[in-house]
Structure formats: C-alpha cells, structure tokens
Ligand binder design. Structure first.
Ligand code: TEU
Ligand code: CA
Length: 557
C-alpha cells in the first residue's frame, strides 16, 4: 500500500458560488458570502472546498466559458477578496480547489478574439479550425448543448470546433503554446496557495486523429465516446504533472465522462504521475432514454441492481490500484434525494441519510454538494420559463419544436427529473425571505420548500440530515477501515437493499441500506446492536430494516 496521501481521508464540499451566499445585496452569491459561511463548513467537518468557476466570464454556461483565467468575474469580488477567502479557508483548517476549465475557453477570451481574425495571427492555432467540406461542417459532430459542434467564421473562411456551446470554442492542445499557456495559468493559482484543481472534461482534450464522423449520426453522446480518452491524453497529463503538479503538494480530480475503471487506473493509479482521481459518470448515467437520440433526457427511475453493480465494479477494480471519487450530486446532476431516494416529506430525511451512508462507507474521497447535507430536493418546475440552464432550454427547443421527437409536456417531465437547474437553486439557510441567501431578488428562484428545509432548522434538530452527515464525515476520519478496507458486495441481485462488507486488519464493516419505503428482513448475522456504528433510526431491530433504514456495524473477526 502506497503511503497515505492527504486527500484520501478528506471529504470535499462543493460550492456553487453563484447560489451559495450573497453578501452585497445583488442577489448573486459571492466570495465574501463564502467567508461568512466558513464556520458552518468547519462545523460540518469537511476538509476541502471546491469552487465552481469564478473567473471572468460572460456566463453563457455559468462560468464554464472563461474569458480571462487570471481575473475574477467582478460579481464574485476582487482578487483581494479571493486572497482573503483563501487565507480564511486555510485558517479554518480547510483547503481550496479551483475549477480548471481548459478543454475550451469563452469566445470572449482574448486568445479566441485574436484567433478568429485570420489564419496567420499569433493565436491562429490556439483553437481547432477546419476548412469546410463540400460547403458544410467538417464532420457530423453534434454539440453537447445542441446543434452542430462547428461554427463558421467568415473572416477565416473556416469552422471552429466546440464540443459544448458555440460560445465555448475548444482549445487546440496539439499546439505546444496552448499547453504552455495552461501550465502558466495553473502556476498562477498554485503560487497563490490554492490546493489543487477539479479539471473540467479533462479527458476530452486530445481529439482523435482526422476528426472522423461519430456513430449514431453524430449525437453528442456518440461524440463524447469518440473524443474521450484520445490518443495524446496520457502525454498531456504526464507533461502537466511533470511541468506543474509535481512541484506542488496538491490534489487533482479530473472530470472524465465515459471513463471506465481501466481508464481511471491508467490516469490516477496510486503510483501514476498524472491525476489523483477522476469523476466517472457511470452511476449517474444509468437511466438514459431508450431512444438514443434523446440522450440523458428521461423520467425513469434507476434500478437499484444496476446502481449497485456500477458502484461495486468501481470499488473492486480500483482497490489497491487507483482511488475513487464518491459522489451523488454536483452542479450538473439532479438532487440525489429526489433521484435515488424519496423526496416525499415522510421519507426525505431518512432517505437522504440512507444515501449518505451508502456512499460515505465506500473507499474513495466523498464529495458533498452544497445543500446535500440538508437533504435539499429537486425543485419540480413545470414550465420552460422556470429554467435558466442553456442545456435544458436548448434541448427543449431542439427536441420539441425543431425535431418533434417528444411532446412538450413529456419533455417538461424529463427536465423536472434530470435538469441541471435542480442543483442550482440557491442554498437554503433559513426560513426568512429568500432563505437567507440574499435580501435582494435572487438571480435564480429558491426552491419553495426552503421554509421547511434549511440550515437553521437542521442545526436546531439533533436528528437532522446535517448532523448525520457530520457523523459520517467524522467516522471516515476516525476509522481506517473506511479508507482502506477491501470491498465485498453482498447479494448483487437484491433489488431492495444494498449490502456490502469492508475488511481491514481483522475488522469487518457491514453496511446495509434499504432503498425502499417497505419494511424488509435481511439476515447477515450482523452482531448485536452494541456493534452499531451509525444508523438513521433511533433503535436497532436486528434483521428488520424499516423504510430507508441504513445501518453500519463494525465487527471484530
Ligand atoms: O460537464 C461536462 C459534461 O459532460 C456533462 O456533465 C454536461 O454538463 C452535461 O450535463 C451533459 O448532459 C462539465 C461541467 O461540469 C458543466 O457544468 C459544463 O457545462 C461543461 O463541462 C462544459 O464546460
Ligand atoms: Ca453578491
């Protein structure tokens, strides 16, 4: 076993800055707002904060379109505010990760502004430009946010590639100057003292030679699969490590849609010189629409057996070779309690705790997305005008109005189930107007359930989801078995209960989570109640599992 790295027993808390805490009465969360809430985060017990992008950006994709990597979006604050946040985060015993978005930039970035002028300027090869083929786009690729992945620029008589929105042109990593520019950005932030990066779609940076057509008529999903883990990805990540990361004591997590355990081992192996972990997408991609043209847009629940199979596979395959990231939620996913649990009032808190248990007892580094520790739910919007995210809005128009693949009410059901906006409603701090997020008009409407679900209410209730998460985080810090134990899946075909064991140095951890609203019986010869480490019910009824009951036993062999 390689020496323990600091990120292995850490729990990361993800902050979506726009929706976390407003401090200056403009309805938008900001850096000083985060500073105000550091004691809250410290009390929860998390070790690392990850901020979604706060750089200068026209915010076409909420900051994932960066116009200047060394400047902040002024709505979040000044660079002095950032330095203050970083120092205060450290003073509160936590570390800070930045979001590094370098597969693409904004079209407002000075590099692109120059690049689009001509074929000869110093930035001409910073992006992926191709001549038209028979007067059309160079290939059949569709973009992740709808429409073709190519946009024509008359000044160059060429198309540029954008895997996401047209306002997000892809950088040309083949160009060594692009790579040097990225290393320079990374050093800028690391020299300030940030503790690492979450790297946006980092497995998309090396495009396949010749940019061939993708299968399935070039759907965004097929393009993703074709582009992921390209021929030079390993070289680029090695170079990044060699030139930058190896000179700092930092943690890195690469967002890698489509990556499989063997890929993760390759990029993040404990002795590899690339990244520390990846965000894989398998367990959040288990209910695609049977019509592949509709991609992730669906309203079907996930089958527990498939979910267990996916989580187990990653646990088993990475054990001793790589390191998992563990997450249910982020800013791109619907709220876990609505998706995998049960957000009806009588089961919401119980199932939120059950989900926390299932995830936090696994091997890897857990990520908690803001509000998850309160059991925040999907917002259940019913009209298109409620939505803000370009992905939701674009696909509604593409599927309903342009391609007539689904009718409006059906697409609205899909949006309510899977839209990224479910994650982006502001943090619910109190029962006051606008939930204590702001005293101005919030940039995005609050989930109306903030009157019941909020931090004040959670802190006042010893039995809350918040205190349960606090306990889960503490258990991870105190029990090596949670970090290192090997994983044994039990009854993979059980479609009601997730059960697994972890084994480490003569100890066994037995984790049982009922994913249904039924009372069921399971007998795994668990020891007596005095071996119970944590449970979301007040008492232990042995082999009986009540609705959404989760319990963890620590047994001596
Ligand atoms: O997401 C990449 C990604 O592949 C998807 O999760 C995507 O957001 C979408 O949900 C596909 O249906 C990253 C960021 O996390 C996301 O917020 C950005 O919009 C995207 O990259 C582009 O930078
Ligand atoms: Ca503000």
């Amino acid at each position: 076993m390689a020496e323990k790295k600091w990120f292995q027993d850490a729990v990361v808390y993800q902050i979506y800055p726009m929706s976390f805490q407003d401090s200056n009465h403009d309805g938008i969360g900001d850096l000083n707002g985060i500073v105000q809430r550091l004691p809250y985060l410290q009390k929860l017990g998390v070790d690392v904060l990850w901020l979604n992008p706060i750089y200068k950006s026209p915010n076409k994709d909420n900051g994932y379109d960066i116009a200047d990597y060394k400047a902040l979006n002024p709505v979040y604050g000044t660079m002095a505010d950032f330095d203050h946040l970083l120092a205060e985060t450290h003073r509160h015993g936590m570390k800070l990760l930045m979001d590094l978005v370098v597969n693409h930039t904004s079209d407002q970035n000075a590099w692109f502004q120059a690049s689009q002028q001509s074929r000869t300027n110093p930035y001409a090869d910073y992006y992926i430009w191709r001549d038209p083929v028979d007067g059309h786009e160079p290939n059949n690729w569709q973009a992740a946010f709808g429409g073709p992945a190519w946009t024509f620029v008359p000044a160059r008589g060429q198309y540029y590639l954008h895997l996401f929105a047209p306002a997000q042109p892809d950088l040309n990593w083949e160009n060594p100057k692009v790579r040097e520019s990225v290393w320079d950005i990374m050093r800028f932030w690391l020299d300030k003292g940030v503790n690492g990066f979450r790297m946006d779609v980092i497995n998309y940076i090396s495009k396949p030679a010749g940019l061939p057509d993708a299968p399935d008529g070039g759907t965004a999903g097929a393009v993703g699969d074709l582009v992921a883990d390209g021929p030079k990805l390993n070289d680029y990540l090695h170079e990044m490590n060699d030139k930058v990361l190896s000179h700092y004591d930092v943690m890195t997590v690469g967002e890698m849609p489509g990556s499989k355990p063997e890929d993760a081992i390759q990029y993040t192996g404990l002795d590899s010189h690339e990244l520390n972990m990846v965000f894989q997408f398998e367990h959040v991609s288990l209910s695609p629409n049977p019509d592949t043209r509709l991609g992730k847009w669906n309203d079907q629940p996930v089958k527990l057996t498939e979910l267990k199979h996916s989580l187990s596979r990653w646990q088993t395959e990475l054990d001793g070779k790589g390191w998992n990231s563990l997450y249910w939620n982020n800013h791109d996913q619907p709220r876990a309690v609505s998706r995998f649990g049960d957000d009806r009032p009588e089961y919401r808190a119980l199932s939120a705790k059950a989900l926390g248990t299932a995830l936090h007892m696994l091997q890897g580094t857990p990520y908690v997305f803001e509000g998850e520790e309160l059991g925040m739910t999907n917002v259940h919007y019913t009209q298109l005008s409620d939505y803000e995210d370009l992905e939701s809005i674009n696909f509604y128009h593409e599927f309903v109005d342009q391609k007539h693949l689904v009718d409006g009410p059906t697409m609205l059901k899909y949006l309510a189930n899977i839209s990224r906006d479910n994650a982006r409603t502001p943090m619910q701090w109190s029962a006051e107007k606008h939930a204590g997020f702001t005293d101005a008009t919030p940039w995005f409407a609050l989930n109306p359930n903030y009157k019941q679900i909020n931090v004040d209410a959670e802190l006042a209730d010893q039995d809350s989801v918040y205190y349960y998460y606090q306990q889960l985080i503490k258990l991870r810090h105190e029990n090596a078995i949670i970090l290192y134990g090997t994983y044994e899946e039990i009854d993979p075909q059980d479609d009601q209960v997730m059960t697994y064991r972890r084994h480490y140095q003569g100890q066994t951890l037995l984790v049982m989570v009922n994913f249904t609203d039924q009372t069921v019986t399971r007998d795994y010869q668990q020891a007596k109640a005095d071996r119970l480490l944590i449970s979301n019910y007040a008492d232990d009824q042995g082999t009986t599992l009540r609705p959404y009951e989760s319990k963890v036993y620590l047994l001596q062999d």
